[in-house]
Design a protein around this ligand. Structure first.
Ligand SMILES: NC(=O)c1ccc[n+]([C@@H]2O[C@H](COP(=O)([O-])OP(=O)(O)OC[C@H]3O[C@@H](n4cnc5c(N)ncnc54)[C@H](OP(=O)(O)O)[C@@H]3O)[C@@H](O)[C@H]2O)c1
Length: 331
């Protein structure tokens, strides 16, 4: 029997419960992964609360859109993967059916890739969603090039920290945004070229002063909300690009009126495409090898503490980096 986190109704962290059930067998083209560690993502919280854009299958819905572990069973027709392979899960489009908050999950083989040797399960669990999103939005969508000034909101969040490292890996110049002056030193230590703290500075003014008055080439925004129009003023006129990836502020977001290119990025645009997954993995694994990329883990919880992990995510006490859950089998 295997433990799995399920919920029968949407609501607060108390709806999550751990049950024991069969691990399930992989069908044709599928693999079963013995999960070692999984990340707790904002999308999971939205799904649990019932406000995710994707359909939620109740009752007995599962949760968790990324994780890492060891393949322990392989269905017919699977090539290039075998029992004992350490893997990263690259996309869980229907997490309420095969979510990763569990000892095991069964997925199409196309949804996993081999985990780089030497990457421990906890760091591996903190890698894929944050780094593939930051890479996809900045490199593939906004066309980030060496020397570009890149303004990154919610920079102490998981996508933001990944974006700082990826910008540095490419030779761009990351400028971090936080709401708290107290976080400036940590963000500079995390690789930001400069930090704008919105409790004491205006974003667009600060961005112009950090770019000799030109404005930034790219804005990566995880926040949206009413601040979006002002944020967009930080971009270079005409040639600037705004790419939004998140909605940490759920209030309505006014569309920017200055003449810049805008994109809305969803990671499934790339993570369900095997060719894009190969490109993303090649870039991220090269960065891990050189040390340019190093996933930041904020706090680790046991699978049985999942309610507490969600309460922590919602508390706003998150310091820097990812909240990770581990099963008993994690290293
Ligand atoms: N498009 C996609 O495919 C995709 C993929 C992954 C994530 N996302 C989305 O991207 C967003 C960021 O994800 P994440 O994992 O980086 O989140 P996260 O790690 O939870 O980000 C936490 C940080 O965001 C900042 N923040 C929180 N609420 C804020 C608010 N209302 N206004 C301004 N800043 C706020 C805080 O930084 P300070 O205290 O320093 O300000 C906080 O430390 C989420 O909305 C998530 O759902 C989208």
């Amino acid at each position: 029997m295997a433990r799995v986190v399920v919920f029968d109704e949407t609501g607060g962290p108390q709806v999550l419960r751990v049950v024991e059930e069969s691990a399930g067998d992989p069908g044709p083209g599928e693999v079963r992964v013995r999960i070692e560690a999984f990340a707790v993502n904002r999308l999971d919280e939205l799904t649990r609360r019932g406000v995710s854009p994707a359909p939620i299958r109740l009752p007995h819905a599962r949760l968790g859109c990324e994780g890492t572990g060891i393949i322990d069973a392989v269905g017919s027709g699977v090539e290039g993967l075998g029992v004992g392979d350490a893997v990263l899960i690259t996309a869980v489009p229907d997490m309420t059916s095969n979510g990763t908050y569990a000892d095991f999950t069964v997925l199409p083989a196309a949804r996993v890739i081999k985990r780089p040797a030497g990457l421990d399960p906890v760091k591996a669990a903190a890698l894929w969603v944050a780094y593939s999103t930051a890479y996809g939005a900045l490199a593939e969508k906004a066309g980030m090039r060496p020397g570009d000034h890149v303004l990154i909101t919610a920079a102490s969040g998981t996508v933001g920290l990944a974006a700082i490292q990826i910008a540095n890996q490419i030779g761009a110049v990351p400028i971090a945004v936080t709401r708290h002056t107290a976080k400036k030193a940590e963000l500079l230590a995390a690789g930001a070229h400069a930090v704008v703290a919105t409790d004491s500075e205006k974003i667009a003014e600060a961005a112009y002063s950090h770019t000799n008055g030109t404005g930034v080439d790219i804005i990566l925004d995880s926040v949206m909300g009413p601040g979006l129009a002002d944020l967009a003023k930080a971009a270079k006129r005409i040639t600037g690009t705004l790419v939004t990836v998140g909605w940490l502020d759920p209030r309505p977001a006014p569309y920017p009126s200055n003449a810049i290119t805008t994109h809305r990025y969803m990671s499934f645009e790339h993570t369900l495409d095997p060719a894009a997954v190969r490109r993303i993995a090649a870039f991220l694994f090269a960065g891990l090898r050189t040390g340019a990329l190093n996933p930041t883990v904020d706090k680790v919880f046991a699978l049985d503490e999942i309610g507490e992990a969600h309460r922590y995510l919602e508390s706003g006490q998150q310091a820097l980096g990812k909240i990770v859950g581990v099963t008993a089998t994690a290293a």
